[in-house]
Design a protein around this ligand. Structure first.
Ligand code: 9WO
Length: 252
């Protein structure tokens, strides 16, 4: 069954008339041009499916030097982001919305981001994404304002902006109308709970390696089965942990 790519309903069937708004608190708003100016996310923005608003805590600093960080109590390396400029930036974002905004912070200490969590968030009308820098934010700000802390994995980055863009990208791809072929959204590997099957394109032989014959057969049922078997085999080999909850459809 090929889903209607023009379908306006959200993945869960709910109607989406308004674009999703990402209110982003960041010291580096210019970083987000990467998703506003390129590819699927740019096209989705041009189609009115989402919008980004970027609020710089430095604009809410209370001194002439626009200070947003200070030395950590108890000593130690680096600087900590002060609570007050962040709180004012958050208030600015919230004031633009009639409904409460879920505040998402990005840290290795957060819940590991999965497709399931992305799908939970696709239904939100707006999200507030809090991007940390330096050694992190004053814990009192996190305790008071953060609803959800998300991690991309067990590693430390220079800031929360790249994880924020990863979340935005993952959500945008699931919005009705974002992908020309809704099937690729449905078949995105994590929808089935499996890794993706291998892909091939021209030439038919490259460096003496031929494309698997089944893909040249024109037998679409057989191709669908082969792709499902490949996805299952790859998942068994690389990510057996995914198989617990996967739909183990072999493409029949
Ligand atoms: C860093 C960190 C390290 C170990 C355990 C908990 C931690 N929290 C943070 C943190 O909030 N850091 C701030 C955001 C400031 C420094 C740069 N930031 C950051 C976020 N580094 N790495 C991430 C991150 C976010 C999501 N997934 C993986 C890494």
């Amino acid at each position: 069954m090929v889903a209607d790519p023009a379908a306006e309903s959200a993945p869960d069937g709910g109607a989406r008339n308004e674009p999703i708004t990402f209110e982003v608190v960041t010291l580096f708003p210019e970083m987000f041009s990467a998703i506003e100016r390129s590819g699927i996310t740019r096209r989705a923005m041009e189609r009115g499916l989402w919008q980004g608003r970027y609020v710089n805590p430095r604009d809410f600093a209370q001194d002439a030097h626009r200070t947003v960080d200070d030395r950590p109590y108890g000593g130690g390396p680096g600087m900590v982001m002060m609570a007050e400029p962040l709180a004012r930036a958050i208030a600015e974002c919230k004031a633009r919305h009639d409904t409460p905004l879920k505040v998402v912070h990005f840290s290795p200490a957060g819940e590991r981001l999965t497709h399931g969590r992305v799908m939970d968030l696709v239904g939100e009308q707006a999200l507030l994404l809090l991007c940390g820098r330096y050694e992190g934010m004053d814990q009192r700000l996190i305790d008071r304002h953060v609803d959800l802390e998300l991690s991309l994995g067990d590693f430390v980055l220079s800031g929360g902006e790249l994880p924020a863009m990863a979340l935005m990208d993952a959500i945008i791809r699931q919005l009705p109308g974002a992908l020309n072929d809704a099937t690729s959204a449905v078949e995105d590997s994590f929808v089935a709970g499996l890794l993706d099957c291998p892909h091939y394109t021209r030439p038919e032989v490259w460096e003496s390696e031929a494309v698997p014959e089944v893909l040249l057969s024109g037998d679409h049922a057989r191709i669908r089965r082969w792709r499902a078997e490949q996805a299952l085999a790859l998942t068994r080999r690389r990510r057996p942990d995914l198989l617990a909850g996967a739909g183990q459809d072999d493409g029949k």
